[in-house]
Design a protein around this ligand. Structure first.
Ligand code: 13P
Length: 257
């Protein structure tokens, strides 16, 4: 983390979890734990069907609500999809783009990720852009090359004035839902590489200001060490974000002086 230059953001990605009833129960337990605002911003990315209710539930708290996906067109014949404008209009602030599960199961590519990033920014949302390598790619030694490519693709055509709204999440695929976390050195190396790409594209000042999260089996036990890395500015958290006390422990780790 480097709080002098950029925001620390702890974001939960609930994936396809929690009914409306369970979302309410979470909010009732989590809100009182949060207390007064401190350094880190807290975001909950929830299933689309519960977005509006979640926005209402967290209205009087410092939790922002995010979506888990959006389309790249603003309207049209795309059955079952949601546009960034629709999300913005109901009060959504963030949207996860290019999560590896969407790349793997729903054929998202670096090309569609780029279109979605631009569309989200155009609508006034903050995209959380996910990048990450598979175990095979890591073992081949191409991690940094691949991440550089993914970041460049995601940002193609993104103007500098919009860039400060972009958040990146480094999520090694082999660490997602496996209980196997990247070491803090591995997380730092890749987050630093992401910042280097941004520096080359947008200059040092912009690179310094962009929030880069780590995601992949982050939990209350390993959060502090990961967040202590200079280029790791927060977390995108799956499993541990489903439990109010675990998420709160991670937020507390990010809020340490
Ligand atoms: P886990 O924290 O469950 O490994 O999930 C990480 C993730 O995919 C967040 O987007």
């Amino acid at each position: 983390m480097n709080r002098r230059y950029r925001k620390t953001i702890i974001a939960g990605n609930w994936k396809m979890n929690k009914t409306l009833t369970e979302t309410k129960a979470f909010a009732e337990e989590f809100k009182p734990m949060l207390g007064r605002p401190k350094w880190c911003e807290v975001v909950l990315c929830v299933p689309a069907v519960n977005l509006q209710a979640a926005i209402r539930m967290f209205k009087d708290s410092r939790v922002s609500i995010g979506a888990e996906n959006c389309h790249y067109e603003s309207s049209g014949a795309f059955t079952g999809e949601m546009s960034p404008e629709m999300l913005k209009d109901i009060g959504v602030k963030y949207v996860i783009i290019g999560h590896s599960e969407r790349r793997q199961y729903y054929n998202e590519t670096d090309f569609t990720v780029n279109k979605k990033v631009k569309a989200a920014l155009e609508a006034g949302l903050r995209p959380i852009v996910c990048v990450g390598e598979s175990l095979e790619q890591r073992e081949l030694g191409v991690t940094i090359d691949l991440i550089t490519y993914q970041v460049k693709c995601a940002l193609a055509g993104v103007p500098a004035e919009k860039m400060r709204h972009v958040v990146f999440a480094y999520e090694p695929i082999w660490a997602i839902g496996t209980g196997k976390t990247a070491t803090s050195a591995e997380a730092q190396e890749v987050c630093e590489a992401i910042r280097t790409v941004i520096r080359k594209l947008y200059g040092a000042r912009m690179a310094r200001a962009v929030t880069i999260q780590y995601g992949g089996s982050m939990n209350p036990k390993n959060a502090q060490e990961l967040l202590a890395q200079p280029d790791v500015d927060g977390g995108l958290i799956g499993g541990a974000a489903l439990k109010p006390d675990q998420l709160m422990d991670i937020v507390n780790a990010a809020n340490q002086d």
